[in-house]
Design a protein around this ligand. Structure first.
Ligand code: ATP
Ligand code: MG
Length: 418
């Protein structure tokens, strides 16, 4: 035998016993998001590297070390998308969408980051992303938080917490940054190596470090919420008031930041205590400056991304619909295949889901497969049924069987499945 070719580390196959959960999640996501007026967009998994460098930020972990980047044979430097917002905005600009109207968009698909693989963290992972363009008011932020909550609750996920913060405008952040750098520099020796390097380049990312020593330090760090300008303060208050009015509890977490530079004002996360270290299922916020950053017209925007793998770990499996067929068709003996295939097609013409057992086999082994399929009935065509134009219908729950004319089979199966 030839050597096995290993899969790429951190990139998983989704096998048939797992796909029903994925499909259920995707279907529910489409139903809920479209119910709020979101329309699906699809854009390439590959973009110019420059798009991500400019939007996510040169000094972020993602751009510094997590991207899959390569030069194609034409000499263009491309990268596999590490997140969806940049590509979505680029697509909107390319299509000339941003002319003052509101657009609510969503996408579902893979993202790629060269991170250390562990539970809840992969190199190819999947997101449901939503982006709303053209609304600067706080009701859009809150509508998205409510929409994420509805999707999570419709999928049977409980025990979630909402964390909220405001990052202010870029000018608020510049002032805060200086204060934060002073604070962190005075405590350099208590920080991890990575965070020490982050201080001059991306000090806010230190607030998000998962290393315990760093977390202890930042507990007393100055908070961005104490450095908000008037407009940002008013926006944040409005978001909080609307959440209160909607009866959504949240925690104001002054250390909540995002690993991408483009966020302004509101940031939020839905987290679960059942996920261990990788606790965030939904992360998002407002990014009013990004569309201009990528060369489009000034357009306020807010969005979030939901990590599909993390959500699957929390989903209530009881709600995943089964895939069982309406009938299982067993050809028994030789020379019966043509009639059996014809009956299967005839039943399918009438809208029934029929699994036909290619290759036949003994009655016992075929009935075992029929049971495993979850079908309520098995149809058997043997030599006798061949000869007299009938089919044997066996109820797989009660064991009752009856021989009927083939033309009546569809009606009987239909009655049985109700
Ligand atoms: P984290 O702090 O967990 O690294 P992040 O801030 O990098 O998250 P975002 O870029 O905001 O995450 O992505 C949104 C969501 O996508 C996350 O909350 C998470 O559910 C999921 N996600 C991000 N990176 C990964 C990954 N490598 N593997 C699996 N899911 C991921
Ligand atoms: Mg990350």
């Amino acid at each position: 035998m030839a050597d096995k070719i290993r899969p790429v580390r951190g990139m998983n196959d989704v096998l048939p016993d797992e796909t029903p959960a994925w499909q259920h999640l995707e279907k529910e996501a489409r139903r809920v998001l479209e119910g709020y007026g979101y329309a699906e967009v699809r854009f390439p998994h590959l973009e110019r590297l420059e798009l991500f460098a400019r939007s996510i930020g040169e000094d972020t972990d993602i751009v510094e070390k997590e991207m899959y980047t390569f030069e194609d044979t034409g000499g263009d430097t491309l990268a596999l998308r590490p997140e969806g917002t940049a590509g979505c905005v680029r697509a909107g600009i390319t299509a000339g969408l941003f002319r003052g109207q509101t657009h609510r968009l969503y996408y579902i698909g893979p993202m790629f980051r060269h991170e250390r693989p562990q539970k809840g963290r992969y190199r190819q992972f999947h997101q449901v992303g939503v982006e709303a363009f053209g609304a600067e008011t706080a009701d859009m932020d809150v509508e998205q938080i409510l929409m994420a909550r509805r999707l999570l609750s419709d999928l049977g996920v409980g025990g979630l917490n909402l964390q909220l913060n405001s990052l202010g405008k870029p000018e608020d952040r510049r002032a805060y940054r200086a204060v934060l750098i002073d604070f962190l520099e005075a405590r350099q020796d208590q920080l991890c190596d990575t965070c020490r390097q982050r201080i001059p380049r991306n000090p806010m990312r230190v607030l998000d470090c998962k290393v315990e020593g760093c977390q202890a330090v930042v507990r007393d760090a100055p908070a961005i919420s104490d450095h908000l300008g008037e407009v940002s303060q008013a926006h944040f208050d409005r978001v909080r008031n609307l959440l209160d009015a909607a009866g959504v509890p949240y925690e104001h977490n002054p250390r909540l930041v995002r690993g991408l530079d483009y966020y302004t004002d509101t940031v939020f996360e839905w987290t679960s205590d059942q996920l261990g270290a990788q606790a965030t299922v939904v992360a998002g916020g407002r990014y009013d400056g990004l569309v201009t950053e990528i060369g489009g017209p000034s357009t306020p925007a807010v969005g979030f991304a939901l990590g599909i793998e993390r959500l699957l770990a929390l989903m209530d499996d009881e709600r995943i619909p089964g895939k069982a067929p309406d009938a299982f068709l067993a050809p028994l003996g030789t020379g019966v295949e043509a009639s059996a295939l014809a009956l299967a097609e005839n039943l399918r013409d009438r809208g029934l889901r029929v699994w036909y057992n290619c290759g036949g086999g003994s009655l016992k082994s075929q009935l075992k497969k029929a049971d495993r399929s979850g079908a309520p009935v098995s149809l058997v065509i043997g030599e006798q049924e061949m000869a007299d134009g009938t089919v044997l219908i066996r109820d797989l729950v009660t064991g009752d069987q009856q021989s009927v004319a083939r033309g009546e089979a569809a009606e009987i199966v239909r009655t049985r499945i109700g």
